[in-house]
Design a protein around this ligand. Structure first.
Ligand code: FES
Length: 114
């Protein structure tokens, strides 16, 4: 597990998605109303909508294509739909740095957050 600093908390507007890319990995990061930051795979399990463009309400994101609702804590699609997306641990340190934990070394120097 490695931690990657993806920005400062001030760069994450509440309830708006940001995209993190590293190699072929593409994640959507969301700062929730309570200040917590969540990261999920940026690909809806239905027809691959970009979750980073979805609407966040409470702890869920609504896919922009067909409105599936996905829990940002565990990645589970909510009924009546079915499926899940990968989730990634995010922490915010005392200085406000947002750190994403990845399972494997990225092996790529071109990490970008947009
Ligand atoms: S692509 Fe996400 S709900 Fe259809």
């Amino acid at each position: 597990m490695i931690d990657v600093v993806v920005g400062h908390i001030s760069e994450f507007p509440a309830r708006r998605g940001r995209v993190f890319r590293m190699g072929e990995l593409e994640l959507a990061l969301f700062r929730l109303s309570d200040g917590e930051v969540k990261a999920v795979e940026n690909r809806c399990p239905h027809k691959h909508g970009k979750l980073s463009e979805g609407i966040v309400c409470d702890r869920h994101v609504y896919c922009p294509l067909h409105d599936w609702r996905i829990d940002l804590a565990d990645g589970l699609v909510q009924a009546p739909d079915d499926g899940c997306v990968a989730t990634y641990p995010v922490t915010v340190d005392a200085s406000g740095n947002v750190m994403l934990s990845l399972a494997a070394p990225p092996g790529s120097p071109d990490a970008k957050v947009s």
